[in-house]
Design a protein around this ligand. Structure first.
Ligand SMILES: C[S@@+](CC[C@H](N)C(=O)[O-])C[C@H]1O[C@@H](n2cnc3c(N)ncnc32)[C@H](O)[C@@H]1O
Length: 260
């Protein structure tokens, strides 16, 4: 069902350019870079499952890596190609229009140094098959990065941002929410649920990072548009991303692992 994703490309772009959208990509790149350095200088072969318009692919392309994005939204893939070509990296990007559960042989015929599965799980009731697919496409010793919206953040957000403790109470045991950007129902997961599934799929050394550990608790969003304030917030988020317990209540979790 690529429809809602293509239809909302403009609001998606707007979200990506917001301070909180920029934090999401900056933190993801920071966390990935640390793990990718362990694999040597590259260039590496990266598969980005549900990679959309290339928000994670672009920084990797800029560093000389080769990226394949598999996504079922043609509009998202066209935007990814446009962005990569605009930076002179078009020849290192392959886009494949496909459902991640029906990947063509051109994608599955090889194993990748790095596989990204970022913000796909919230569209799936059962995350296990997607995690098994993602892990199966990583070469021995390669890296898998999984990212999703953290269910623990929902009740906190309703209490702190919406000042609605009654709604927060009601959300404590709810697994679904309405996603505003694409207007779809989302199933929310937690890192604590996903980590054992990744281990079953062959992942080792799973690192749990938090993205937006504090951003969403600062309710004055206008301050985040001020360059100095944003720089200080970004520095804080970078320092907190792997400092527990903060990641447990972050808006987004990112799990990075080796696949044996
Ligand atoms: C929230 S968007 C962005 C995901 C991107 N990885 C990111 O974090 O910037 C979700 C993307 O997942 C894609 N998608 C959702 N379910 C999919 C599926 N079963 N197969 C392929 N693509 C899918 C949509 O087309 C959309 O581009």
């Amino acid at each position: 069902m690529p429809g809602p994703f293509d239809a909302a490309l403009d609001s998606w772009r707007e979200w990506q350019q917001s301070p909180w959208g920029r934090l999401r990509y900056t933190l993801a790149e920071f966390n990935l870079r640390r793990r990718l350095e362990e694999l040597g200088p590259g260039p590496l072969r990266v598969l980005d499952l549900a990679g959309a318009d290339g928000g994670d692919a672009l920084p990797l392309l800029r560093r000389g890596h080769h990226v394949t994005i598999a996504d079922f939204s043609p509009g998202m893939l066209a935007a990814a190609r446009e962005r990569a070509e605009g930076e002179g990296a078009g020849e290192r990007l392959i886009t494949v229009e496909a459902d991640v559960f029906e990947l063509p042989g051109s994608v599955t015929a090889r194993r990748y140094d790095v596989v990204l599965c970022h913000n796909l799980l919230q569209y799936l009731d059962d995350p296990a098959p997607a995690l098994r697919t993602a892990a199966s496409l990583v070469r021995d010793g390669g890296v898998l990065s999984v990212m999703a919206i953290n269910r623990h953040a929902t009740a906190l957000g309703l209490a702190v941002r919406s000042l609605d403790p009654a709604a927060a109470l009601g959300a404590l045991d709810r697994r679904t929410t309405h996603g505003e950007t694409f207007g779809t129902e989302l199933t929310l997961h937690t890192a604590e649920e996903i980590i054992p599934l990744m281990a079953e799929a062959g992942c080792t050394g799973i690192e749990h990072c938090g993205i937006r550990n504090v951003n969403d608790h600062i309710t004055d969003d206008s301050r985040k548009h001020e360059p100095e304030f944003y720089a200080a917030l970004e520095a804080l988020e970078l320092a907190m991303t792997d400092r527990h317990p903060y990641p447990h209540t972050a808006k987004i979790f990112q799990l990075l692992a080796r696949v044996a």
